[in-house]
Design a binder for this molecule. Structure first.
Ligand code: TYD
Length: 132
């Protein structure tokens, strides 16, 4: 499966806009975990790894950053800079977050609880598993 940008509902209001996410509705999985990454120093990268079974939905709640995804064949860069859309990352994709703006806030929803054994941290291991 390929990554997909998903537009979220956007309730425009002069008092301030509102967006929301419903599991198994706007995003195609049940949310078992939510985490966020913040206070990233300029020039830093995060999240350079793949997951065997974990899938994610990533939103730039504040600021902007790039998600670079390698599917074993090609690399694609997604620039996230609005809180009313996000990137669905199915399992078995190598991804990293980079190019963080000041005060960026990365919100990630996952279908799995945290499990260190679900990580693939070596890119060559990932390519072998993905491409056989
Ligand atoms: P990790 O996913 O390895 O991030 P990065 O690839 O950017 O280094 O997470 C960093 C640390 O945080 C790691 O020690 C595991 C821990 N962690 C949790 O305990 N629970 C979580 O849900 C996540 C995402 C990470």
């Amino acid at each position: 499966m390929q990554p997909q940008i998903i537009q979220l509902p956007k309730i425009l209001d002069n008092r301030g806009n509102l967006s929301f996410i419903e599991e198994n509705n706007h995003i195609p999985f049940t949310i078992n975990r939510t985490y966020w990454v913040y206070d990233v120093p300029g020039g830093e990268e995060r999240g350079s790894h793949a997951y065997k079974t974990n899938e994610e939905f990533v939103v730039a709640l504040s600021g902007s950053f790039d998600v670079v995804v390698n599917d074993g064949q090609k690399e694609t860069l997604y620039h996230l800079n609005r809180s009313y859309y996000g990137l669905h990352l199915p399992q078995m994709l190598w991804r990293k977050f980079q190019n963080f703006s000041t005060n960026s806030l990365v919100l990630v929803m996952s279908n799995n609880f945290y499990d260190a054994n679900d990580y693939i941290r070596n890119f060559d291991d990932y390519l072998k598993l993905k491409n056989g």
